[in-house]
Design a protein around this ligand. Sequence first.
Ligand code: PEP
Length: 253
Amino acid sequence: MRKKIVAGNWKMNGVQEEGQKLTSEIVNMLRDEPQKDVTVVLNPPYVHLHGVNKLIAGVKNIHLGGQNCSDKASGAFTGEISAEMLASFGAEYVIIGHSERREYFRETNALLTEKTKQALANKLTPIFCCGEPLEIRESGTHEDYVKNQLTESLFGFSENEIKNIVIAYEPIWAIGTGKTASAEQAQEMHAAIRQHLAGKFGSAVADEISILYGGSCKPDNAREIFSKPDVDGGLIGGASLKSRDFVDIIKSF
Ligand code: PEP
């Protein structure tokens, strides 16, 4: 059985009090409305990790993640955060290769391999993001584009390593735009991704890998998207900043 996962990507939002309030609300709601089969991951900005970790301590099924990590283990890289540091603050997951990092910080497929290696070496589960821009979708080459992202970044890993990676398909044209991929578009791409992984690592391995959808996922569209056979959950941006919306998305399975 593949893990069902709903991960919240807070991005660069929230001062300390807001992060604490948001976490407490989510924890309380999930206590009152438990969702036993869904793994919930909160990915706050780095400075919130310690505080959020304290609030989720002992709460089943809520886990902590970073939004990024360095491709290096340690050293003179001012401003960077290592995977080992994230793990030492209680993180179990880390988002790698979000489209905002690829675009604004020029993260390449090769760099993302190194970040993924760092995550795995420190027992963090990478949530590896892929997805095409609008012009690629419109040109009809979106499947090849996404497959190439995965091939270039992840096909050097072993079967055992890839099993510990979560994929997040996030069409860039749907991120923060209010324009969601249809459930059919999501299923089509998720199936193509799984088939691509099966071609390299075998179908038994590909069947174990959770593939999340991300891009304007909200309480009113999550149920339909999550009902598709190859969609194993969501990576949620804007709606993860509203406790009620985030919990309602978690309850959409
Ligand atoms: C994201 O940035 O990972 C994301 C999916 O954002 P949003 O839900 O706001 O589109």
